[in-house]
Design a protein around this ligand. Sequence first.
Ligand code: ZN
Ligand code: ZN
Length: 785
Amino acid sequence: MITKKELIGIFQKNPERYWKVKLFDDLGFKRKQCKNCGKFFWTLSDQETCNDSTCKPYKFINKPVTKKPLNIFKTWKVIQKFFVDNGHIPLKRYPTVCRWYPLYFTIAGIVNFYRIDENGDLDWEFPANPSILLQPSLRFNDIPNVGLNSKSFTCFGMIQQTSLFDGKNGYWKDKCIELDFNLLTKVFKIKPEEINFIEDVWIGHGAFGSSLEYHVQGIELGNAVFTEFMGTPSNYREMKEKIIDMGAGWERFTWITQGTPTCYDAAFGPVLKKMKKFCDFKYDKKLFLNYAKISGKVNLDEYSDLNIALSKVATQLGISVGELKKSIEPLQALYSVADHTRALVFALADGGLPSNVAGGYNLRVILRRALSFIDKFKWNLNIQDVVNWHIQYLKKMFPELEEKKDEINKILEVEIKRYKNTKERISRIIESLSGKTPTQEELIKLYDSEGITPEQLGIEASSDFYARVTERHMVEKKEEEKIALDISGLPKTKILYYDDVCNFRAKVLKVAGNFVVLDQTAFYPTSGGQEHDTGYINGCKVVDVIKLHSVIIHKIEPCNVKEGQIVECKVDKKRREILKKHHTAIHIVNGAARKILGFHVHQHGAEKTEEKARIDITHFESLTEEQEEKIEEIANQIVEKALPIKKFVMKRGEAEKKYGFEIYAGGYIPSRELRIVEIKGYDVEACGGLHCNNTKEVGFIKILRTKRVADGLVRIEIKAGDIALSYLKEKEKILKEVAKKLKVKEEKVPEAVKKLFEDWKKKRKLLKKLRKRIGQNANIEKRVE
Ligand SMILES: [Zn+2]
Ligand SMILES: [Zn+2]
């Protein structure tokens, strides 16, 4: 595996090829190596060091680059206008919770356009070319630097300039840098000699290329990535269609026009002002200003120890690390609270849910971190107020946040209560530590198992603590099934199961042990949580059906089918019908759960077997009996309505445009074409499973039970159709038996049971009284109870 550093080394053997653009020649940019950090950069000036924040202080603090300060809204307006005037199509933002690609969150604007193709490789989906948009992005690997270096966020707006260049359409490096240079010099009036372009590379999941970061007065404002190779640096091919992926910092552009001490002051505007009022702490403003100017050097990615990270800066300021830490800590906390709450606003509005699973883990981390800061400094600050101030401020650009306000607050209430409850366990844990300081690993375990933060224990964790706990929860991992069968060279299996076929003939293409591959099949392979079909191939029992990329593999009981042979196949129709009903019922229940519980409800997993079906939904607490009943009621209403269920194949981009990203209910789908399952007027999902043609065919849906299976996950188990009916009949039989034993009519059973229970309680009370009277006699109790 080639590292980023090695790739830079390879490219730097030929810098003209990878980094030089026309503008550099036209204006006479020179290539230099920074005396301080060693990076190569392009400049018009004679400076010996680059403009990165590790090499330069933030020069614009108190000396903004523009005459008039711009707030975040105006900043975006002028930038968007510039790109639109230059032929870019403006796009709407995408959700911050990423449902179309195996990432939990949208970590950058370009992620909007990432997809996975049929072979599991990186693929692209561009709705317009070239395009410009502002993408709120969430990243949790930079948590420790938030509030500290004046520029890092967990939630930031990425200005995403994208162009797909195929030789004719779109543009490539020269035009990209020309545009970005003009944005800086013409719109933001930055002097050309103040701009540095630093050579860098980008290695993503499945693609890479060179990049030019543009730095001005100590701050990186943007990074233009020239994606031109698919694969990895050790095994790649040049792309026919190359991609310009320029991401710039919305908050940073705002910051340089305002010249505030930190980027947070510029980005959070009135929210931060209100927060400061509520927290009302004193700090040395002059010292902080001096710190802020050079705070770009503080980097906890390099040093996990805050003392080491701050030592250089402290020396420069002429004070001790201890003094510096004491003076900046409350501000770091305040800025972090502002940042974390804004991240939560976007994530929750987009359907994220704090929990202990998947991406929800990160959301809980930042919420608890924010709450811990408020606790630590004993601020009279209500975190929900901060959330609502953010919404109030942002709503004119993001009205959807206001729409989701009530539900965001409801989720936060539950989460805050949970955080407070953990406090009770804290004293117990502190006791069990008996004065010993836990190791980092133990602290992480404590957070994982109990949800308790180091701050709550009064322990100073290493500065990368939160980065380390979130690290493992960034990327969704999908395990590939291991099958002892080589499918290379086999053609895509022709699929018959969508056409309701049960009896068919096929040609055997490959036999390996118990595995058989046919040229076509009606056997549905286990996928999307739906169990496979069973049946017979030439009289041999089919016990499992698996899909590997586009080849379907049948596992059969020992049999002598041979390659090249034509076989008679028969799918077990009864089982197929039950699975279809269960599968369709899960779509219906999912829709009903969203209607009753809210937009944060998403399918986390599902399983449809012959016996029953289940769906795990994201929800913050156990369901009440009433909620359960309502979901069942709505589900059965939908069944009764006999809504047609349409199934059709659509181009991925078109489907996303028409129905939104909620179609990825079961997760991202590695395909350029999506099979859409639409229950008219009720629910639309991209789904490859088998469904009824009409909701009425499901017959009847019975919720068996619901259960909180994990933090943030509720499991709903159901039966549908005949299976549900025989289940009810079974229950009825039991009821009859009970009624018989109680010697009452069936409808009187609840009453009779209640009476029985009350009698038992009375007797128990009496017994306790007696026991008291005769002194302790545990034996009696044991015998009677
Ligand atoms: Zn440098
Ligand atoms: Zn489905």
